[in-house]
Design a protein around this ligand. Structure first.
Ligand code: GUN
Ligand code: ZN
Length: 439
């Protein structure tokens, strides 16, 4: 592996504007033969190859992908690493799925060695899916977060994560004690937040698994640590919402439960937001929260159909989440395919420009990282994915003779998965190569 600059040459795309705000069709900028130069973890040059190449030394190491599509690394804004091993659990809706499958699985993370192994596999799988940034839920165990952060640090990835906070409505072994998990969270923030590319998310699992005292304590902790994140679940299923109403009778809405605890604002990322009304949408926009749309999960658990075009169209910062293990794949391409189907069932059309925006720049904006990731431009961190529109015989047949960028991107989200990720670069270094010989 080299430490010198690397150039990526091939077709690439950038955005003219947010495709949920302006004309989606017009938002994509196609670079048929681009050069991206990466050095010391950041992009130091980007442009049309013919114009850009002379600006760099003759001996620049160039990786040429004439048949690929170069894109910013994908952002998965909501995923549970301990649940990878229980993906595809049969036959339940959210609350029964949690009780029957999720909590027993997360109990296994009391074993630190199990957590370390799972974290390593999970991070490698993210890279295989072309995902370079993720907002990740760990388990209640402090060492589960240590394991993930340590693994991400080794790989140089920009990861946001947190130990889950829960102090009720789960098995004893998964509950924080009377301290609501605050001292452990404080230790994790001190150890990991802002170390290299790592960021901490205070992670109350969702309102039903936290007492009001725990939520208030989490809110105070967030206030005390500017720059950290909050991640939680919001309005995922109707049954859950009814339960929240019973548990928090004084709150005017599910979002208000979090708001009263000081858990709503920029750098708070709400998973799902499937069953939101106009008041919730306005609240999310005005507060500056991000929302993670998790279509694979919503289809798998039968949770409902997110109003993507309404929510993003109103100016809420929307990202894409796999929500593995309720979502069934870490592949962002597959999640985008699912997002398209959810939009269809809502009578809308998810244009590929909108889809790839969600997975890159939109995700970065929802996570307030748009000055660092999600765009190919000098000064941005050099996290890149190279897609292969001819990765499988079916994709090759579908894209034969096609040159239109939007059409190729749409084929990738309709038919693609990890096989269509040719290479993933993290901080300017090759971190995954599909066709590499086995180690
Ligand atoms: N709500 C609370 N916990 C979870 C979880 O682990 N997955 C999903 N999809 N929803 C949740
Ligand atoms: Zn989730």
């Amino acid at each position: 592996m080299t430490n010198g600059p690397i150039g990526l040459r091939g077709p690439a795309f950038t955005f003219r504007h947010d495709p949920f705000q302006g004309e989606a069709e017009e938002a994509l900028v196609h670079w048929p033969d681009a050069l991206v130069v990466m050095r010391d973890g950041v992009i130091t040059g980007f442009g049309d190859h013919a114009a850009e190449r002379p600006r760099h030394p003759d001996d620049l190491e160039v990786h040429h992908y004439p048949e690929g599509i170069i894109a910013p690394g994908f952002v998965d804004a909501h995923v549970h690493y301990p649940q990878l091993e229980m993906t595809g659990a049969f036959g339940e809706t959210l609350l029964d799925w949690l009780r029957r499958y999720t909590f027993p699985t997360e109990l296994r993370f009391a074993d630190a060695a199990h957590a370390a192994r799972a974290a390593g596999i999970f991070l490698r799988e993210l890279l295989r899916a072309g995902t370079t940034t993720a907002a990740v839920y760990c388990t209640v165990h402090e060492h589960s977060a240590n394991a993930l952060f340590a693994g991400a640090e080794r790989l140089g990835m920009r990861i946001i994560a947190g130990k889950v906070l829960m102090d009720r409505n789960a098995p004893e072994g998964l509950l924080d004690g009377e301290d609501h998990g605050i001292p452990a969270t404080r230790r994790l923030i001190a150890r990991w937040h802002g170390r290299g590319r790592l960021l901490y998310a205070i992670t109350p699992r969702f309102a039903p698994s936290c007492t009001d005292a725990a939520l208030q304590a989490a809110g105070r902790l967030w206030w005390d640590h500017p720059g950290t994140y909050v991640q939680t679940h919001l309005c995922e299923t109707e049954k859950e919402i009814a339960w929240v109403r019973e548990l928090f009778p004084a709150a005017s809405s599910y979002l208000d439960v979090y708001d009263r605890a000081g858990l709503v604002g920029p750098r708070a990322v709400m998973g799902h937001a499937v069953h939101v009304n106009e008041g919730d949408i306005a609240g999310l926009r005005e507060s500056g929260c991000g929302v993670a749309h998790c279509p694979s999960s919503n289809l798998f658990l039968g949770s409902g159909l997110f109003r993507l075009h309404d929510v993003a169209g109103e100016g809420v910062r929307v990202a894409l989440g796999s929500d593995v293990g309720a979502g069934t794949s870490l592949s962002t391409l597959r999640s985008l395919g699912d997002a398209y189907k959810v939009a269809r069932l809502r009578g809308a059309r998810l244009h590929p420009a909108q889809a790839f925006w969600l997975a890159t720049r939109g995700g970065a904006e929802a996570l307030r990282l748009e000055d660092r990731i999600g765009t190919i431009a000098p000064g941005m961190e050099a996290d890149m994915v190279v897609l292969d529109p001819r990765a499988t015989p079916a994709l090759a047949l579908r894209t034969e003779g096609r040159r239109d960028l939007a059409d190729l991107l749409f084929a990738l989200m309709a038919l693609g998965d990890e096989r269509a990720v040719r290479a993933t670069y993290v901080a300017g270094r090759l971190a995954h190569e599909r066709d590499a010989p086995p180690a």
